[in-house]
Write a protein that binds this ligand. Sequence first.
Ligand code: GTP
Length: 598
Amino acid sequence: HDTSHIRNFSIVAHIDHGKSTISDRILELTRTVDERDMESQLLDTMDIERERGITIKSNAVRVMYDADDGQTYQFNLIDTPGHVDFTYEVSRSLAACEGAVLVVDSTQGVEAQTVSNASLAMNANLDIVPAINKIDLPSAHPDEVKEEIEEDLAIPADDAVCVSGKTGEGIHDLLESIVFLISPPAGNYDAPLKALILDSYFDEYRGVVATVRVFDGHISKGDDLLMMQGGERFLVDGVGVKRPAEVLMDELGVGEVGFVVTGLKDPESVRVGDTLTYAENPTDEPLPGYREAKPMVYTGLFPVDNKEYENLRDALEKLHVNDPSLTWSPETSVALGFGFRVGFLGLLHMEVVKERLEREFNLDLIATSPSVDYHVFKTNGEMVGVRSPQDLPDVTCIDHIEEPYLKAKIICPPEYTGAVMQLAIEHRGVTTDMIHLTQKSVELHFDMPLAELILDFFDQLKSRTKGYASLDYEFSEYRTSELVKLDILLSGDEVDALSFIVHKDKAYTLARGLCDKLKEIIPRQQFEVPIQGAIGNKIIARSTVKAMRKDVLAKCYGGDISRKRKLLEKQKEGKKRMKAIGSVDVPQEAFMAILKVD
Ligand code: GTP
């Protein structure tokens, strides 16, 4: 039960620096997958991930590496997500590793996520192997990047390996470095079981399957196990590893990573971050607890067809199994009916979840504009958390409102400093610090309300810096702000699902922008539709959707019937993604229009 041939590591990187490509090359070079079966980015199993080229869920794969020293090593490669919304998943994966390969794009250098991932890895006491990627590109400058790694991250770069995920150059050296630089796992095979649950998913036939890292002891089929925090007890139905297809094994030994088939039918019973131990001979203490992932952004999710409400609840419960950061509570809207207010780590997380709900569970959903968690202090001294504009108490009962603030860190080339500061000011941000990292990069620190960050800030930042800036943020504190509720009226009726909480100083501009945007989005109806923006009883902006000039069928007058049918069908299809509010058909995009207002 010698662990000296095991290496558990993650590959971490700034988004797009080539983590998935390098993982693919490793699978190829170790002949874990046949070249013929090699589908690029094999580790990204979800369609959405593949389409968007981003890794969302962590995934653990075992590869066997025949090293130059003649020995065979077991590598457990734990993939991690690279987007700022998913920092929690990164730290969870790192807790299962002894080492990390830190990928830095040789054409881009160290960026915000490189800094935050490197510090997560250092805090977890991991052995770090820097890999400088994309050296096949003419614009590669690996020597400067090495300097940045030493200066900005304080990681010795002598051991850095230059690689190309594209051509495969240097990948062999990288594998050798992993053997030499990353420590084998410690742990005692005969001690009571201590295994960390890294991830889990629900399988209709086998129940919950958990991905685990064994720190002490060993697991095999038939073992009587206990979840230390959750309290659930079960008999192991089977254990195995992913290569990347699932392979059943006799046991998962000390230091190893693999999956455990729990047979448990309740997705809620398996909590990521919990410790598995023997029910009869438990370990004294669970592994150090995890920081719970806290939702930052809340949106309403409503089925277009109200009959789908229960299906939406089931789907959320299923997704929750391997995404414990997802939270929800029922929400009712006059305009949209029954739905849920769902909490997300960030906007990307929200988009991914909404897409998964629509594709994997075949639901047609309307998402309403995102909100943060406001703390509303009432005149009677009570404090209420408000995550939906509809829940805001009557103005006369409000003493003051506090909103969450962030510490944001933006790294960009010096020539964009002005543009970034301007953008921050427009988003109620205040510059607190400016550090010249290298000749080519400046790090700007801001205090900024979270509510501003979720409104298109990231896209704006990318476009104003030609994609060169990178962003990282963390919650800092709640602060008092002058906030008001902006209501939208269609044909004189307030539409609750279109309301929005905004800063007083921005209310007029936003109301005008929103009315104009809605005018573009809402199609012409048989009658004129006035759109109004209001604060309380005061109308502050207005626009009008003109009435339709002609009947759609008019131009088919006397025309052939099949064309007519086609038009009617097209119209019907268009309607599907609409929601009738009063007598007005409102398309899905309208509820997110606030994100599109300049
Ligand atoms: P996330 O999972 O979204 O964080 O991205 P990632 O870090 O996994 O990056 P990914 O592997 O998806 O690579 C990003 C882009 O860079 C893709 O278009 C790759 O084809 C390209 N790429 C990766 N490695 C290389 C390389 O060595 N050379 C060149 N020329 N392109 C590369």
